[in-house]
Design a binder for this molecule. Sequence first.
Ligand code: NAD
Length: 310
Amino acid sequence: MEYRQLGATELQVSTIGFGAAPLGDVYGKVDVAETTAAVHEAIDSGITLFDVSPYYGLTLAESRLGEALVGYRDKVVLATKCGRYGASEFDFSAASVTKSCEDSLQRLKTDRLDILQAHDVEFGDADQVVNETIPALRRLQEQGKVRVIGITGLSLKNLAAIARRAHVDCMITYCRYNLMISDMDDVLLPVAEERGIGVINASPLHMGVLTEDGVPEWHPSSLEIRAVGRQVVELCKARGVSAPLVALRYCLDHSYVSSTLVGMASRELVRANLKALEFSIDPELLVEIQRLVAPVHNQIWDSGLAENRG
Ligand code: NAD
C-alpha cells in the first residue's frame, strides 16, 4: 500500500480509501458478515482510510462500520460527515452538526473521529456553512473529538468558494475526476494547492457507470453518460482488462489527491481494487477510452441550491 499526507494535516492516508456507502445498502442489500470480513481484509492489506456518513443507509453504514471496527479502531483513519441526514434532509446549524458528531461517535464506537466533514455543502446556505458550520467543527476539534475538519460536495465552484472564505483542512469531491471527467483539476485544485488543503477524490467508477453491473436506480447521470460508460466497460473487456481496474488506477495516478475512495462491500472487490496498486494503464487503451468519452467528457448533473451549482 502507498500512503500520502492529507494536505497540510498530520494525517497519513492510504492512497486507496474504503468507501463505506455500500455498507448502508446504498448499492443493494449487502451480507453483513461479508462486509465485516471485507473491512478486516482491507485493514490487513494496508487500507487505512475509511469514509462513511450518517446519510448512508440513514445511519446503517455507520453502525455496521462501527461494529466491524471493534478491535481495529486504532489501525484506521476514520472519516465521517454531518449536515446531511436524508435525500432531502439537511441541517448545517451548529447545534445539528455538534449533535451529529456525538451520534456518530456512538455508532462508530469511538471517542474521536479523525476527519469530520460537512456533507454536500451545496445544499446549504454558503454563509451559514462559513460562519456557523465550520466554526462548530473547529470547536469539536478544540474539544479533541475530531482531528481534522472539512467539507464535501459535488459542486466544485461552491467547495472552492467556501474554501477561499473559511479555513478547512480537507475536502471530498466525487464524480469530478475519473475517466469520465476531470474538471476537479481546473476548479478545485488551484485553491487546494494554494492553501494546502487535502483533497480526497471519491467515486472513481463514477458511482457504478464504469462497472459491468452498471448504475443503481437513483443514479443521477444522463442516459448518454451511462451509454458511454458501457462502451468503456466493453472496450476494456475486449482488451482483456477490467474497466474498474483501469478507472481506479487512473485516479491513483493523480499527483495531488491524497486518497481515492472506492465503494466496496465484499472481499472480492477489496482484492480486485488492491490490484490497481500494481497495475499500469496501456497508454494506447487510455487514448481509445478518451476518444470514446470525448462527447460526454466533463458533463455533470446539477446538485444543490441553484446559487451553489457548478
Ligand atoms: P464508486 O465509483 O466507488 O462505485 C461504487 C460501485 O462500484 C459499487 O456498486 C461497488 O460495488 C462497485 N465496485 C467497486 N469496486 C469494483 C470493482 N473492482 N469491480 C466492479 N465493481 C466495483 O462510488 P461510491 O461508492 O459512491 O464512492 C466511493 C465512496 O466515496 C463512497 O462509498 C463514499 O464513502 C464516498 N463518497 C462521498 C461523497 C460525498 O462526500 N459527498 C459522495 C460520493 C461518494
